[in-house]
Design a protein around this ligand. Structure first.
Ligand code: SF4
Length: 163
């Protein structure tokens, strides 16, 4: 085991250039990737692909409150698969400890701003205090620096609470 492991930061896989979007494309953000990699070990995560919806897949959106995940064209409610995966992944994220998450905005899984995606909701619920942001909200120097400081603070507070 490493003596001083780099803090682990979750990031939506499509932002790292992985071809995991519904259409097989990505939304790579080279600026964030380069800046965040200076401080963190970036851990790509794609809730929809990892839950098993496949690539490509029919696009989905959220409806109602509590939100239901519904396919855009066929109108099928398909959230069960994602909810099962989210519950399982919350346990795995504790080891190694994750210190924050940068997620793709306006995704029914990853989006953070209201309405929050299903995966973002799980993260915020299971890891209160952990910084979780939309990638679009940390494009400016100040907001990016603030996020990095918050994630490192969270990492150190988790490390010290383990004694
Ligand atoms: S926004 Fe999230 S669920 Fe959608 S492709 Fe990107 S990583 Fe996957």
């Amino acid at each position: 085991m490493q003596d001083n492991p780099q803090p682990v930061l979750l990031i939506s896989g499509c932002l790292l250039g992985l071809p995991v979007r519904y259409d097989g494309g990505h939304k790579q953000d080279p600026f964030l990737q380069e800046q965040l990699a200076k401080f963190f070990q970036l851990r790509a995560i794609c809730p929809e692909a990892e839950a098993g919806y496949g690539v490509p897949r029919e696009p989905m959106h959220l409806e109602g409150e509590p939100p239901r995940l519904v396919t855009n064209e066929s109108g099928r409610e398909v959230g069960e698969l994602l909810l099962t995966w989210c519950n399982k992944s919350m346990k795995e994220l504790r080891c190694p400890p994750v210190c924050g998450a940068v997620l793709k905005a306006r995704s029914p899984s990853c989006g953070v701003s209201p309405p929050s995606g299903l995966f973002a909701r799980h993260l915020l619920h299971h890891f209160p205090g952990m910084p979780v942001v939309n990638s679009e909200d940390i494009q400016e120097d100040t907001s990016l620096k603030n996020f990095i400081v918050q994630a490192l603070d969270y990492y150190h507070s988790c490390s010290s609470s383990k004694g």
